[in-house]
Design a protein around this ligand. Structure first.
Ligand SMILES: C[S@@+](CC[C@H](N)C(=O)[O-])C[C@H]1O[C@@H](n2cnc3c(N)ncnc32)[C@H](O)[C@@H]1O
Length: 435
């Protein structure tokens, strides 16, 4: 059955691929439920369906509770008169003002069918701002809503961020995760994509949470574009890739060209070397893997620093060296994740990765890290990648402002270039620098 809403990234077209890889289980959990194509086309005893779009979830809840009476109420907005520009904007204003759940739910459905291309967008004030769609006629999805209503009796709906939902997975659950797509690699504009509010750091965090759940015996299936970034992020999963014809594309030239994948994380025992915590090694690994994946797709060979140091002539001139030592401001041995050496681009650039996923005291190390970059690391160019979303408010800002303003420099160290980036900015930088 088709979803009753038009929704970007709706998986109805690839449902057969998904059905094939979904294992049996008691409850299907969808942390990015969207229009719920997977819920509608599978058969589990129960469902937990969540999304961070509160208007979407409210519509599902009202339909779940009221069924036919809500369908009749919503139908009243589907008249030839209401398919006019002026009426659409009146209704859109009403939607943004009302707090009545039933009216708001009906208007959300109305705008999905009368607004431009079924888009769902909000301005900075949180107001729905999609323009009028100029459809000749708006389809009222009565049959689809009735089907949804009946099936929804087995479901629980909640507005939530995916992190909370995944952290609360329980034995017997199957997770199907369908986040907003990562950009289509080379041509995509990473910076503008991150303004869509789902960053590459969140994509990396999602991959980590999938591994964590699979270690707790809970299978996770993840959907995304098939790109070097996703391949790199999902190395612990089995990958099923297939071509897909796209209908909604922000970039016309991408129509018909996308490849998608399903990453299947099957339950497996936890590796004993893995730890958890503020600067979690596992999460850090994802950050490192992403840096390695990105730079190897740009032609850099990854080599351990020690191995290279023993016999540099054995290797080429375009290298990403790992585990690179230096002597800290305290005179102790320290190291950073990478040194990027390139004869072609005339680079000798040190890269330090810091990932903090949950709140902790570790961001107090930023001043130490910065002073090491200024005084102790020998290279003239240093990039500090900080991501994970768990740093204290103000900490990353301090690090960015301090490096931008060249604070705490002496005349000897003023020539150094120290840049602070998040993962998205780093990928944009790499795409721009190594075309
Ligand atoms: C690709 S769509 C899901 C499509 C869905 N599988 C379907 O078939 O219709 C991605 C969804 O993720 C939701 N989303 C974005 N960021 C989120 C977050 N941080 N936590 C939970 N949901 C999020 C969006 O509201 C959107 O509905």
């Amino acid at each position: 059955m088709k979803p009753f809403l038009k929704w970007a990234g709706n998986k109805y077209r690839i449902i057969e691929h998904i059905q094939k890889v979904l294992p049996k289980g008691k409850r299907l959990v969808e942390p990015f439920v969207g229009a719920a194509a997977v819920f509608l086309n599978t058969d589990y005893d129960s469902y937990l369906l969540t999304d961070n779009n509160a208007d979407l979830i409210q519509l599902f809840q009202v339909l779940q509770q009221e069924g036919a009476s809500f369908i009749e109420f919503a139908r009243a907005f589907f008249t030839p008169e209401s398919n006019q520009e002026a009426i659409y904007y009146q209704n859109r204003t009403l939607f943004n003002q009302t707090t009545d759940p039933r009216l708001k739910a009906a208007l959300f459905l109305y705008m999905n069918k009368h607004g431009y291309n079924g888009l769902c967008r909000y301005n900075q004030q949180g107001e729905f701002n999609v323009p009028f769609g100029r459809h000749t006629q708006a389809y009222f999805p009565e049959e689809e809503m009735l089907f949804f209503y009946e099936k929804a009796q087995r479901a629980e709906f909640a507005t939530a961020d995916f992190v909370a939902v995944m952290e609360n997975g329980r034995s017997g659950d199957i997770f199907y995760c369908d986040p907003p797509y990562v950009p289509l690699s080379e041509t995509a504009n990473f910076t503008s994509y991150s303004s869509d509010k789902f960053t590459l750091a969140q994509q990396a965090q999602l991959a980590q949470l999938a591994v964590k759940l699979s270690e707790r015996g809970i299978p996770v299936i993840l959907s995304n574009h098939d790109t070097p970034f996703t391949r790199q992020s999902y190395t612990e999963a089995e990958i099923h890739a297939f071509p897909v014809r796209r209908t909604i594309s922000r970039n016309g030239s991408n129509r018909g060209k996308a490849k998608e994948l399903l990453a299947v994380f099957t339950p497996r025992p936890k590796k004993s070397s893995q730890t958890s915590g503020g600067w979690a090694a596992k999460s850090g690994n994802t950050l490192e893997k992403t840096v390695i994946g990105t730079l190897s797709s740009k032609g850099f060979e990854t080599v351990m620093y020690r191995q290279w140091q023993k016999d540099p002539d054995q290797f080429g001139s375009e290298l990403l060296l790992r585990n690179v030592p230096y002597t800290t401001i305290y005179g102790h041995p320290g190291n950073t994740e990478f040194l990027l050496r390139s004869a072609h681009y005339r680079l000798e650039l040190r890269i330090e990765c810091k990932w903090q996923q949950s709140a902790g005291s570790v961001d107090e190390k930023f001043p130490y890290l910065y002073l090491n970059a200024v005084e102790a690391m020998p290279e003239k160019e240093i990039i500090i990648i900080v991501d994970g979303g768990g740093a204290k408010p103000g900490a990353v800002q301090w690090l960015r402002q301090t490096s931008h303003a060249n604070r705490y420099r002496t005349p000897n160290t003023l020539g150094k270039q120290i840049s602070v980036m998040n993962l998205t900015e780093f990928l944009a930088w790499a795409n721009k620098t190594f075309r």
